[in-house]
Design a binder for this molecule. Structure first.
Ligand code: NAP
Length: 285
């Protein structure tokens, strides 16, 4: 039994915490408002951006930590919120782990595809250039660098857009008629089901616990295998997949080959399986 800390125990983090718990591990779920975390996940209330609050929460964990996952997300879409959530929070967590002389087998960070500026439909992988066009990808890269310099066995998992139960914006936009099919050359998006984001993290964590050396970087996506066309915007509405009207929808194909080479098998290997499940969930409401 390993002792695992999920810092930022939200949509992905909670699914991960449940997987780790079900695998027989002791799991701590940290967030600012931890009420309602699943049974068997020990709640810890702390603000990752506040070093004192974090130190007080971690003091409640007496035994050494074997796995640490940083899955907190920004509250807002501005640079200050991104810096606080990703860079400051991760830096504080690394410092707090060093302060307790922690020797985890792995420390993981849920990074993002936003680190890539490629928008010409080309393939990207872990070795592709990262020249993010705005602060979102820039802050993610900064956080990755904080983790890489931490001295811990560190892994950043760059995730595509996460969908799954309760996160079916694409389905809803098609159903409501807002989305129209994009014409012209194919346009590629990259998405991952929540249970594959959590599943990949649980898989990598179990490899780290068993002593296997991991790469410092993995890409986690599914659409790369098929190249999912994104519905286009209509009448000036933001395109599905774009977060706001000022950001173009991305257009790249991401290779998850390195992740699959570790032995991870996607539960929802293409968007067809994943969205079939998501559509079934929304129609059965
Ligand atoms: N969503 C996507 O499409 C996507 C794509 C690529 C990468 N990612 C990354 O994947 C990770 C997980 O995303 P998600 O969708 O699971 O996020 P989420 O549901 O918003 O969960 C994030 C959790 O972090 C906690 N949190 C935020 N700020 C915190 C702080 N200062 N201190 C302590 N806890 C804090 C929040 O709980 P409290 O409010 O209670 O603190 C929340 O439960 C994030 O790192 C995100 O950037 C997401």
């Amino acid at each position: 039994m390993a002792r695992c800390l999920v810092a930022g125990c939200g949509y992905v983090g909670t699914a991960l915490a449940v997987m780790l718990r079900d695998a027989g591990h002791r799991v701590f779920g940290l967030k600012r408002r931890p009420a309602g975390l699943p049974e068997g996940v020990t709640p810890l209330a702390a603000d990752l951006a506040d070093a004192n609050s974090l130190a007080a929460a971690l003091a409640r964990i007496e035994a050494p930590l074997d796995v640490v996952v940083y899955a907190a997300a920004a509250d807002h879409g501005d640079d200050a919120a991104y810096r606080r959530a990703y860079v400051d929070g991760l830096r504080n967590l690394v410092a707090a782990l060093h302060a307790r002389d922690a020797t985890p087998a792995g420390v993981f960070f849920t990074s993002s595809t936003a680190v890539y500026a490629q928008d010409d439909g080309s393939w990207v992988d872990e070795s592709s250039p990262t020249e993010p066009g705005d602060f979102r990808g820039g802050r993610m890269l900064e956080a990755e660098a904080v983790l890489a310099a931490s001295g811990f066995p560190a892994v950043s998992l760059r995730l595509g857009g996460i969908y799954g139960p309760g996160r079916t914006r694409l389905v809803e936009s098609v159903r409501s008629g807002r989305a129209t099919l994009r014409t012209g050359p194919p346009h590629f998006g990259n998405r991952i089901h929540r249970d594959d984001a959590a599943g990949a993290l649980a898989h990598l964590a179990s490899l780290a616990i068993s002593g296997r050396a991991l790469a410092s970087l993995y890409l986690g996506w599914i659409a790369s295998q098929l190249g999912m066309p994104e519905p286009a915007a209509r009448d000036g509405e933001p395109a599905v997949g774009a977060r706001d009207a000022n950001r173009a929808a991305s257009n790249k194909r991401c290779s998850n080959a390195r992740l699959r080479a570790t032995g991870y098998r996607f539960r929802f290997p293409t968007f067809r399986e994943g969205y079939t499940e998501a559509i079934a969930a929304t129609t059965s409401r």
